[in-house]
Design a protein around this ligand. Structure first.
Ligand code: C2E
Ligand code: CA
Ligand code: CA
Ligand code: CA
Length: 280
């Protein structure tokens, strides 16, 4: 998040100027898109690798369905949204759509499933953050323990104390709190020491650059052990091969989220995948 005062005094090279123009155009389009509901929830299944390799939940990921450009992935608009504050509107839209789907799903008598959304650091600065999420959860009558909020460690860079209280309060209100992209930043261990988080998400893609797979595995194995001793569940993300799954299973990782099982898909498709699994 670019919120350092110094960021406003960037040098205006011609290249940067062009980029700024493109961004303002994108921004105008994005505002309309939000109003028109051009953002869709895609879901990526999370698979329990320790028991039966069944889907235990899914992560909701935003997709912008542009009328002309088609599907726009988040890396092309999330940074802008985090810069101009639109991220909060998007995150709330995602959460509300997730709750609406989950409500209908449970209403149909289907087995409980866990659904996660991403929460940006900026969202926490809204005075009504806790109350809004709680009100929507209640409006759609979602039972405790099914909705998960994923935070990245950047939320902890400042205001640790506030974030700590927010997590405690969210847990009291029946939300599951998870720490996303663990290990990608630099304050990870400090966070774990202080934060009553329930789930640790480890992005295996961050390890891709490591030259020594044996060393990599020692580190991953020990992070998993540490998380379990701290009573956290563990999710490995970005898992692409069966070999990685084998290793993660042996290392005690609870859940795998990655292309090896599922790519993110529209909610309707996810619904079908769950139904097919149930019919098996
Ligand atoms: P993230 O929260 O870490 O989400 C995981 C990303 O990894 C997703 O990318 C997912 O498609 C991708 N991924 C999952 N498994 C694999 C795999 O096996 N291999 C590879 N190469 N990639 C995999 P996506 O959907 O493009 O989202 C990128 C990031 O954008 C997310 O990272 C998250 O930080 C952000 N984002 C997406 N939707 C939202 C949203 O609604 N709100 C907020 N605040 N951020 C969002
Ligand atoms: Ca996430
Ligand atoms: Ca992640
Ligand atoms: Ca990420």
């Amino acid at each position: 998040v670019k919120d350092q005062p110094g960021d406003q005094f960037a040098f205006f090279t011609p290249q940067l100027r062009a980029q700024t123009l493109r961004e303002s155009e994108l921004e105008a389009q994005a505002k309309k898109a939000l109003a028109r509901g051009e953002f869709e929830v895609y879901v990526q299944g999370k698979v329990n690798i320790q028991q039966n390799c069944r889907i235990v939940g899914g992560e909701c990921l935003a997709r912008w369905i542009h009328p002309e450009k088609g599907l726009i992935p988040p890396d092309q608009f999330i940074p802008l949204f985090e810069h101009n504050g639109m991220i909060t509107q998007l995150d709330r839209l995602m959460f509300e759509k997730a709750c609406a789907w989950l409500h209908d799903y449970l209403e149909a008598g289907r087995p409980p499933i866990n659904l996660a959304v991403n929460v940006s650091r900026l969202d926490l600065f809204q005075d009504d953050f806790l109350d809004w999420y709680t009100a929507v959860k209640r409006r759609y009558a979602i039972p405790d323990g099914l909705l998960e909020l994923e935070f990245t460690e950047s939320v902890m860079l400042k205001d640790d104390q506030i974030f700590l209280q927010i997590v405690e309060e969210l847990r009291k209100r029946g939300f599951i709190c998870s720490l996303d992209d663990f290990g990608s930043g630099y304050s990870s261990l400090n966070i774990l020491k202080n934060l009553p988080i329930q789930v640790l998400k480890l992005d295996i893609l961050f390890f891709r650059k490591s030259v020594d797979i044996a060393r990599e595995r020692i580190i991953i194995r020990n992070i998993l052990t540490m998380a379990h001793e701290l009573q956290m569940k563990t999710i490995a993300e970005g898992v692409e091969t069966a070999e990685q799954v084998e290793f993660l299973k042996a290392a005690g990782c609870d859940i795998v989220q990655g292309y090896v099982y599922f790519k993110p898909m529209p909610l309707a498709d996810f619904d079908q995948v769950l139904q097919a699994e149930l019919d098996q």
